[in-house]
Design a protein around this ligand. Structure first.
Ligand code: FMN
Length: 222
């Protein structure tokens, strides 16, 4: 138990945002796939997994998105793996969509007689509990929130494997999405761009970690 505690704390202490990659060093395929598994196995609200991961290897497309991706300027070149995290479209995330039906039936394998109850529960959650149907933005932002769960798990998995990473949301979504759609990277009927991560090995030292103290972050309310 003591060892597990030490391992967890060291992992989180050691993970940091990489601001410069060695272009000569590649993350091994086996490590990359373990990082992707950490994403795939991540939890999501009601288990709808509203994400897809795209490993962007195409140099020409990277060049095109670079001017609109200021948060990736120190990683898009040197990093050996550059991943786009897509969020499912609003059309797919509505309680009555084909995608939700597919997940409920084919992936989660709920029997037919339980499907209407699942749909009603999700409808109530979307319309009443979280008011996700009030605007297109509300639903999309909720879906994006889900994608930050695999995003975070990938960062932690990479840190455990000694792989450096950069979480990225420093980009102009409209501009980058326009390029990715035009280039056929994803179908806008089903996906939108949520965030990105670069993986690789650093070529410079990073700033020491700065965080607020635990007393400021954790409050016990009896
Ligand atoms: C959601 C999210 C988006 C971020 N976007 C960027 C980014 O676009 N570019 C970048 O260099 N760092 C980005 N960061 C890194 C943060 O600046 C960094 O996590 C924070 O300063 C703490 O430093 P640390 O990760 O080294 O502990 C992002 C982090 C998160 C969690």
């Amino acid at each position: 138990m003591q060892e597990a505690r030490k391992f967890i704390l060291e992992t989180f202490q050691n993970r940091y945002t990489c601001k410069g990659y060695d272009p000569e060093k590649r993350v091994a395929d086996e490590d990359f796939m373990v990082i992707m598994e950490a994403g795939r196995l991540s939890p999501s609200s009601m288990g709808y997994e509203p994400w897809k991961f795209v490993l962007l290897n195409n140099q020409a497309i990277k060049e095109k998105i670079r001017p609109y991706s200021w948060g990736a300027e120190k990683s898009i070149d040197g990093a050996s793996h550059f991943v786009l995290i897509l969020a499912r479209s609003n059309q797919d995330m509505r309680y009555d969509s084909e995608y939700i039906q597919y997940i409920t039936k084919e992936i989660q394998q709920f029997p037919d007689d339980q499907i209407p109850a699942r749909r009603d529960k999700f409808k109530n959650f979307q319309e009443k509990d979280f008011k996700l149907m009030e605007s297109e933005r509300a639903l999309f932002d909720w879906t994006c929130k889900q994608t930050y769960i695999p995003f975070t798990n990938m960062l932690t998995a990479a840190a455990i494997l000694g792989v450096d990473s950069t979480p990225i949301e420093g980009f102009d979504r409209e501009e980058v999405e326009e390029i990715l759609i035009k280039e056929g990277v994803y179908d806008p009927e089903h996906f939108r761009l949520s965030c990105m991560i670069a993986f690789g090995y650093k070529n410079r030292d990073h700033r020491p970690k700065t965080r607020r103290r635990m007393e400021e972050v954790l409050e016990v309310f009896d």
